[in-house]
Design a binder for this molecule. Structure first.
Ligand code: HEM
Length: 129
């Protein structure tokens, strides 16, 4: 995915679009029996903020994520959590529903969905026989 397509997402949906998306996503995570227990903090607002700032930066907005967290090193940061195919698929189901609820318009929706599908697979670090 080149930088041009990426920055088009931020231009199209802005901070407000990412806020709607991440709010809708974390509301689902909060009541999910597979995902909720993985989150170390009682309050999910910190995790929601980190994902929102990361996506804003990745898709062409201001680099506040890097200022606060440094290099993303996403796979390494997910190392402490046991992410298998089931967890990955649940994560994607909630993200797809969140894209709908937040009414993210095309072409931003397809660009985001494609990125999420690939990145979520890349986060798998636990395999069952
Ligand atoms: C595949 C299923 C996934 C699971 C089960 C999962 C789970 C988690 C958990 C438990 C955390 C720690 C929460 C916290 O920061 O307090 C986390 C952090 C994070 N995740 Fe995921 N995640 C998944 C996929 C993804 C994907 C696809 C992305 C990017 C598109 C992503 C981006 C992030 C970011 C940016 C953070 C915060 C990193 C930091 O600055 O510490 N995650 N994730």
């Amino acid at each position: 995915m080149n930088n041009n397509i990426r920055s088009t997402v931020y231009e199209q949906i802005g901070e407000a679009g990412f806020e709607r998306l991440i709010d809708a996503f974390y509301r689902r995570v909060a009541s999910d029996p597979v995902l909720r227990p993985m989150y170390p903090e009682e309050d999910l607002s910190g995790a929601a903020r980190r994902l929102r700032l990361f996506l804003i930066q990745f898709f062409g907005g201001p680099p506040t994520y890097a200022d606060e967290r440094g290099h993303p090193r996403l796979r390494m940061r997910h190392g402490p959590f046991r992410i298998d195919q089931v967890a990955r698929d649940v994560w994607m189901t909630h993200m797809r529903a969140a894209l709908d609820e937040a009414a993210i318009p095309e072409p931003a929706r397809s660009t985001l969905l494609d990125y999420f599908e690939r990145t979520a697979t890349h986060m798998i670090n636990t395999y069952r026989p």
